[in-house]
Every structure is written in C-alpha cells, then in structure tokens.
Design a binder for this molecule. Structure first.
Ligand SMILES: O=C(O)c1ccccc1NCC(=O)[C@H](O)[C@H](O)COP(=O)(O)O
Length: 207
C-alpha cells in the first residue's frame, strides 16, 4: 500500500478532510522560508483535532535547533523532516525519527546525496534544486532514480491527481507527498483536488 502525506497544512478543516479521505500523514511547515508556515498555536490545534493513526510531520529548513526542540515539546509531532543542508548527525540530535528531503532538481548531481543520510527513517525525493524551498510544484526526472535506495522512498515534487498514478505504478514508492498539487492557494487545500489525488493513488492499488 502506498502511504500518502499531504503537506503544508495550515487549517484544521483541511487536515481533517485529508484524514477522512485516507491520508496517512500530514505535514506542518515551521520554517519561515515557506509560504505555508504554520504558527505553533495553529499546529497544536491541528494535531489535537486529528483522529488516531494519522502521523504528523514537522518540517524545517536549516532552522535553529531551538525551534525544532520547541516544536517537539509543544506540538509533539510523530516525525521530523529536514529540507536544507542539515547533516545526518545534526538531524539525529533530536531523538525522533526523521525524513531527509533530497533536492533532485539538480539532476544527476543530486545522486551522491542519496547516500548521505544513513540514519534517516526515509528519503523524501523532491523536485526543487539544492538550496531552494520545497512546495515548489516542480517534478524531477524520475528516470534518474537508482533501482534500490537504502531507505523507504517518499516521492514528492509536482505530484497531482493527473500524474500520481503513473508515478506509483512506475516507481512503487513507500509513500507519495503532495503540497501545491492539491491547493487552491499556498496553504489552502482544495477539497476536490485532495479527493482526486487520494482516489488516484488508491485506484492503482485497487486494480
Ligand atoms: O511547502 C513548503 O512551502 C516548503 C517550504 C520549505 C521547505 C519545505 C516545504 N515543503 C515540503 C514538502 O514536503 C512538500 O510537500 C514537497 O516539497 C512537495 O511540494 P509540491 O511540489 O508542491 O507538491
């Protein structure tokens, strides 16, 4: 079964809808570099409203370790996700499982980075270039991917209801991740796009 993470949640109603439609995880972006930055207070509201068994992922990009600790203490996310030039060792200091985003937008130059995070619980392969923010809506060249990765692969970058079924069939990722492909504007999810996305993933499995 392909897991589904819906990222960049800023509203309780969007997170609840994603959970009702069958999303396995939601992402909360704390870095100030994001158009989807969520406050600690709103993040707490979202987490408190979610039903059981929906994971919450807290996202950062080269942020101060103090912010990460504050989020862990006040929001209690299930997982952390790092989008910048954080090292494997730096990501490990929080004693929480983490995902490391790998910027695949630079083409083959990105491939060595896939081996730099042996302690990551998963690698989130994203479509933007190194140093750029996520949530870009940009897909990368899927043919670059090596057959086997050391960790579970979370496929991200420019996914939407129209291309996610092909991505799942072709690449068989552990999970898919989407932000802009299910939005009406940054941080505001479109119920129809969200439903179509989740349906497209589940339809691959149904048949
Ligand atoms: O979403 C953001 O604004 C963001 C900003 C800075 C770092 C990471 C960010 N999002 C990370 C995600 O996990 C997105 O879902 C992922 O980049 C895919 O985005 P999209 O291509 O828009 O589906």
């Amino acid at each position: 079964m392909t897991r589904i993470k819906c990222c960049g949640m800023t509203r309780v109603e969007d997170a609840l809808l994603a959970a009702r439609l069958g999303a396995d995880a939601i992402g909360l972006v704390f870095t100030a570099r994001s158009k989807r930055q969520v406050t600690l207070a709103r993040a707490r509201e979202i987490v408190a409203a979610l039903p059981p068994f929906v994971a919450t992922v807290a996202l950062f990009m080269d942020d101060d370790a103090r912010l990460v600790r504050q989020v862990i203490e006040e929001v209690r996310p299930t997982l952390l996700q790092f989008h910048g030039s954080e090292t494997d060792e730096w990501c490990m200091q929080f004693d929480l499982p983490f995902l490391k985003a790998i910027a695949m937008g630079d083409g083959a130059a990105a491939l060595p980075r896939l081996r730099d995070y042996p302690h990551a619980a998963g690698l989130l392969l994203d479509g933007h270039g190194f140093g750029e923010a996520g949530g870009s809506g940009k897909a990368f060249d899927w043919s670059l991917l090596p057959g086997e990765l050391m960790q579970p692969m979370i496929l991200a970058g420019g996914l939407h209801a129209g291309n996610v079924a092909d991505a799942v069939r072709l690449l068989r990722p552990w999970a898919v991740d989407v932000a802009s492909g299910v939005e009406s504007s940054p941080g505001v999810k479109d119920p129809d796009k969200l439903a179509a996305f989740i349906h497209a993933v589940r339809a691959v499995e149904a048949g």
